[in-house]
Write a protein of this length. Structure first.
Lengths: 797, 370
């Protein structure tokens, strides 16, 4: 919402300077987005008269002028075709900055002739598009005065960001009212503001208008003005519209914009010559088309309100006028529409059509339903003043929803809700300045233009924002009684521990998009959730796996020349539950690519990552998450993302998968343009059984007095037997004595027949109160060999 | 006597000349061994008369002691020399590089979330969470944003299509969408726990917006207090306390401006003062100071009674405040990053530069900033 200071002061009688006004605007919740004075960029430009004009000796298209700009004649070289002696225009002096291009004007020789400044075009001063010649001012324009002063451009433009609840401030008058309530002067009576406009002496019956859609358009007021002369608006109006970024079109159109911007009242003007019969506000027929004045055609449905004549629909009611029925240059008879459209209906129509306009913005926020008559009257007076003609009576079809709304208010609420103690008399005064009615028993009548007010909290807000939020005292929040308890959930604690464990292991945390392209999603089994309106095809499907995001990040790093990539992410995977709701699973993903260790003087060549590096990360992070790592079983079925022979899952029982890990499937690595061995891990913290916490006390424990003994066994086993199976079998051979078993050597080759491998296991035996006897040790050894034998293992000779 | 002295001198000279441990051992055996010359002399003592023993005894013992000491000394010296020689031969170039332990890092967003959790834990706020794929009732309607409300247009919402709609228990269809803010966690908390409530809810949020300062995914943190007698003054204190703790500065100045959010009333936008230091905005000081300015950092307000009602609480009994702010933005303001898009690019160079060590765990005793 833009307006100029002079426009504001037309409604607000105030001595306050600009800075005071800007501070007050922010204080009362009308946020100042920017302020700009067009005169500042025009400093150094003056009204000047061309005294003489002579041809340039070196150039056909240039002339040498003598210009009087108040400080005596100056020589200026000029290329404008309309430059001539006697012309009064705008002269930029040495040192002035040309607004359009930022060029600083300097004394310079142009084709060998000294030039001391520049005569300017409209476009060079950013005052319009014209660049055919230099500006021509009336002959009586006072030579030597600042052009900005002369042209009335010394008028700061203020840009406000208006929140959606404050439709009333989408017009200058509403802003003035708020500032007056703040104490920055008084709001001038509206009649005083428009006093210079001619009064309407209505002649003849009003036009034939009616509303057949009382829900969407409860009130449709209109009048005609016949015999108008449309044309460009006067300078003051054009200047005002230009200043706030509204392009002047013609007097009739400019008047509707002026009333909308000044008073928050959208209007529409029809050329009666383009209408057939009376106008009706009605629901559109399904599929009915309207060609709007933005040149686009819209297909409507039966929930949308149109303004139609006997032949066709012209307007998308309250949103945009029609291409062919608006006021034109040759228009002589006009119908002025001043209607009330229901906000919800406008909002729905606008959302469906994806069509926004200044009118929609105001109607959907709720314009003042009690301002139809006055709005129409002022618009008519402006038409009469600017275009002449004869106005008819007003036709009033339907009724706007003007029923007074009241609230029962307790001024003590201000203290209990906002913490500010404002004297009831002050509260009453503030509310009254804002237009509220307040009775002695605190029944508060809401002004018709404040549709946003619907509860006592709103009244508190009004009082406090005008009083000033700086009065809100900083009040300590009472401490929660009792002992401080942990405020994070077990899941959050797991997340934190895993994150920091991963970082401590040399992994770098990335945050990747939650969405993938469809192509990426397919590589990990496809996603359950696809956006209807993605911002791009790359960000469309909610990820079912953290791997694609990490792989893309890895590729970007590889493209930048990173030789060793260790990335992890902690985030959600998105699935759809049976009832259609979202099932989001906290997941930890790891991708490692490139060199595990770079080449070194001690270690030789660079080392690639292996599946065992992935397994190591999986186990370490699971341990950090509190999973019972010793009880986990290594199983297969890590999924199609992985190398089928170099991957696995870590499970508790057959169903609960706590992690998957392994070498990435070469086909997937290729899809992400990643060379070399890429390894990956996903950890699923939601599968980790939560530990039941039973206080801080640990189980009693005393370290055993006797030292543990170890024994080594080398077995020949069939190649298909997995190491873990042998270790488990060995460990289970004597559950009491054997406290640990560890595989420490794997060998195939010379001395081991084909189809077999040699696995060496070290067992740890913990004696109790007495040391083991030779017989006991022999018995344990026999049991170990026997248990291994069940897997087809024989003790290696 | 003189022959003992001569023997001693001879032996000591030999020991002195010995240059290997083997030679020393040879001399020891020759002197002190079973057949050694000194041993032989010692054996003669038994056959001597007491007078002779009186004179020769000390000399022989002196001989034996002298030779024993000399051998021990020589042996120690040779061993020392051997060790020195070995150590000298084992010299390594200690300037050679060692294996590099890869440098891991925690993302600044995670770090800041941990910082916020720590700060708010001290004020008794628990950490709550909710789904990122939400229904429009939780994201909008329950927050007093009906379908036709212009505020819905303020949120550029990502929607899932019609075939994703779910039906609530009254049979009303709900559109599924990506939450546009963390505020639906307010609703989920109020409908699932009992008052009083103090929570923060950090997490990912989504808007279909992408330019230099907006990304389609970013992070917010929501705060909610529902209790008896809570007013705007408590909100102000809480935000002041939080921002002071977060930026670790006492000179944090807040400016409250009236604003509008459908789910709070009154609604307040919070600016924090900054000071320009070498052209960079540093949070602290009044924004009205010469080198200062104001930055909008938070949206907040008193929870709208309709929201409290929608959650099944009695708004005449319970009231409170809510606030929300961008986590990425807080990270940028505190640690000086200037490009939001880099947060989500996974560039290892950026992650290492702006990331945090695993051990930089925010604690109240150690300081929440790192």
């Amino acid at each position: 919402m833009k307006f100029t200071l002079s426009w504001l002061k037309e409604h607000l009688d105030t001595d306050a300077d600009l800075d005071t006004i800007l501070v007050a605007l922010n204080d009362i919740g009308l946020e100042v987005e920017g302020v700009e004075n067009p005169a500042e960029k025009l400093s150094g430009f003056r009204v000047a008269k061309v005294l003489t004009a002579a041809p340039h000796p070196q150039a056909d298209k240039l002339q040498i002028l003598t210009v009087e700009a108040g400080d005596g004649p100056l020589q200026v070289v000029c290329g404008a075709p309309n430059a001539r002696a006697g012309l009064v225009g705008v002269f930029g002096r040495e040192g002035a900055v040309v607004p359009a291009n930022g060029m600083v004007l300097r004394k310079a020789a142009i084709r060998g002739v000294e030039s001391n400044g520049m005569m300017c075009s409209t476009r060079e001063l950013e005052l319009g598009e014209d660049h055919d010649g230099i500006i021509e001012l009336p002959a009586e324009a006072p030579v030597g005065t600042d052009f900005a002063d002369y042209a009335g451009l010394d008028d700061p433009v203020i840009d406000l960001s208006i929140t959606p609840n404050r439709q009333d401030c989408m017009g200058v008058r509403g802003v003035a009212r708020d500032l007056a309530a703040k104490g920055l002067g008084t709001l001038k009576p509206l009649e005083e503001v428009v006093a210079m406009l001619p009064l309407v002496e209505a002649q003849g019956a009003g036009p034939d208008v009616r509303t057949d859609d009382p829900e969407g358009c409860p009130a449709f007021y209109a009048r005609t003005v016949r015999g108008v002369k449309n044309g460009p608006s006067p300078d003051w109006l054009q200047r005002r519209l230009n200043a706030v970024g509204q392009k002047p079109i013609s007097a009739l159109v400019d008047i509707t914009n002026y009333v909308m911007l000044g008073l928050g009242r959208p209007l529409h003007v029809y050329d009666m010559a383009s209408l057939k019969g009376g106008l009706v506000a009605r629901l559109a027929k399904p599929g009915e088309e309207v060609l709007a004045l933005n040149g686009k055609s819209y297909t409507l449905d039966a929930t949308m309100t149109v303004i139609a004549d006997e032949a066709a629909a012209h307007d998308i009611g309250g949103i945009m006028g029609g291409e062919h029925s608006g006021a034109q240059d040759g228009t002589t008879d006009v119908l002025i529409e001043c209607a009330y459209f229901t906000p919800e209906s406008i909002a729905k129509t606008g959302q469906k059509l994806l069509l926004t306009s200044d009118a929609r913005q105001r109607f959907e926020r709720g314009v003042d339903p009690a301002f139809l008559d006055e709005g129409l009257e002022i618009a008519t007076r402006l038409v009469l003043a600017l275009c002449g003609g004869m106005a008819s009576e007003v036709t009033r079809a339907g009724e706007p929803p003007v029923a007074a709304r009241t609230l029962s208010y307790d001024p003590a609420r201000c203290l209990s809700l906002a913490g500010v103690d404002v004297h009831p008399a002050d509260q009453k005064a503030i509310l009254e300045r804002l237009g509220f009615g307040v009775t002695d028993d605190w029944t508060v009548t809401i002004p018709s233009w404040r549709r946003d007010i619907d509860g006592t909290a709103d009244l508190v807000e009004e009082v406090v924002r005008i009083k000033g939020l700086a009065h809100v005292p900083s009040t300590p929040l009472p401490r929660v009684p009792g002992v401080a308890k942990p405020t994070a959930t077990p899941e959050q604690l797991i997340e934190r521990r895993v994150r920091r464990a991963a970082a401590s292991r040399g992994l770098n945390e990335a945050i990747n998009w939650s969405f993938l392209s469809e192509k990426e999603a397919v590589t990990v089994g496809g996603g359950d959730w696809t956006l209807a309106n993605p911002i791009s095809e790359d960000l469309k499907v909610m990820r079912p796996s953290l791997l694609p995001g990490l792989l893309s990040a890895a590729r970007r790093n590889a493209d930048r020349g990173a030789s060793s990539i260790r990335l992890f992410e902690v985030g959600r995977r998105y699935f759809r539950a049976a009832d259609g709701s979202s099932d989001e699973r906290l997941t930890v993903g790891v991708v490692m690519a490139g060199d595990k260790a770079s080449r070194g003087w001690a270690t030789g060549k660079a080392q690639p990552f292996t599946a065992y590096d992935a397994k190591a990360e999986a186990l370490a992070l699971l341990a950090a998450a509190g999973a019972p790592v010793a009880n986990l079983q290594v199983m297969g079925e890590a999924g199609s993302a992985y190398h089928p022979g170099q991957s696995g899952t870590l499970r508790l029982g057959p169903k609960a998968v706590l992690a998957e890990y392994g070498v990435l499937h070469p086909a997937l690595a290729k899809q992400f343009d990643l060379g070399g061995t890429v390894v990956a891990v996903q950890i699923f913290p939601d599968a980790i059984p939560q530990k039941r916490k039973s206080g801080f006390m640990r189980a009693p424990y005393a370290p055993p007095a006797l030292q543990a003994v170890t024994r080594d066994f080398a077995f020949l086993v069939p190649e298909g037997v997995e190491g873990d199976a042998l270790v488990r079998a060995v460990k289970g051979a004597d559950k009491k004595a054997i406290v640990a078993a560890r595989l420490f050597d794997v060998f195939t080759g010379t001395g081991v027949e084909p189809g077999m491998k040699s696995l060496a296991v070290e067992i740890t035996l913990q004696p109790g109160e007495k040391s083991f006897t030779e017989e006991e040790l022999t018995a344990v050894s026999s049991a170990v060999v026997k248990a291994a034998g069940k897997l087809g293992a024989t003790l290696r000779g | 006597m003189t022959e003992i002295a001569a023997l001693k001198a001879g032996l000591l000279a030999d020991i002195e000349k010995a240059d290997t441990l083997e030679r020393v051992e040879e001399l020891r055996v020759g002197a002190l061994g079973k057949q050694g010359v000194v041993t032989a002399l010692l054996k003669t003592l038994g056959g001597l008369s007491p007078e002779e023993r009186q004179t020769r005894g000390p000399a022989i013992h002196d001989l034996r002691q002298g030779v024993t000491d000399a051998i021990a000394m020589k042996k120690a010296a040779l061993e020392q020399a051997a060790l020195d020689a070995r150590l000298a031969s084992e010299k390594l170039d200690m300037t050679l590089p060692v294996d590099v332990v890869p440098e891991g890092s925690v993302h600044p967003v995670s770090q800041v979330m941990d910082e916020l959790a720590e700060i708010f834990a001290d004020l008794g706020f628990a950490v709550a969470s909710g789904p990122e794929i939400e229904d429009d009732w939780h994201n909008f309607s329950a927050l007093n944003i009906p379908e036709t409300h212009p505020a819905r247009a303020m949120h550029d919402t990502f929607y899932f299509g019609d075939n994703y709609k779910v039906t609530d228990k009254d049979g009303t269809p709900r559109a599924m969408l990506l939450r546009t803010h963390t505020s639906p966690v307010q609703i989920r908390t109020m409908t699932s726990t009992s008052a009083p409530i103090r929570i923060i809810a950090p997490g990912r949020v989504y808007r279909s917006d992408s330019d230099a300062t907006h990304t389609p995914m970013f992070h917010q943190i929501e705060g909610l207090v529902i209790d008896k007698g809570i007013h705007l003054g408590h909100l102000k204190w809480t935000l002041e306390t939080f921002l002071k703790a977060f930026f670790e500065r006492d000179d944090i100045v807040l400016r409250l401006r009236p604003s509008y959010f459908p789910f709070t009333e009154p609604s307040v936008e919070v600016d924090v003062g900054y000071t320009l230091v070498n052209g960079q905005r540093v949070i602290g000081g009044s924004g009205d100071d010469d080198e200062g300015g104001w930055l909008e950092v938070l949206g907040s307000g008193m929870v709208h009674r309709r929201v409290i009602e929608a959650c099944g609480l009695d708004p005449d009994e319970w009231q409170g405040f809510a606030f929300g702010t961008g986590v990425d933005r807080l990270a940028m303001l505190k640690y000086g990053m200037n490009d939001l898009r880099a947060f989500f690019d996974g560039d290892l160079r950026w992650l290492r530069h702006y990331g945090f060590s695993a051990l930089d765990i925010p604690t109240l005793s150690g300081g929440v900033g790192a």
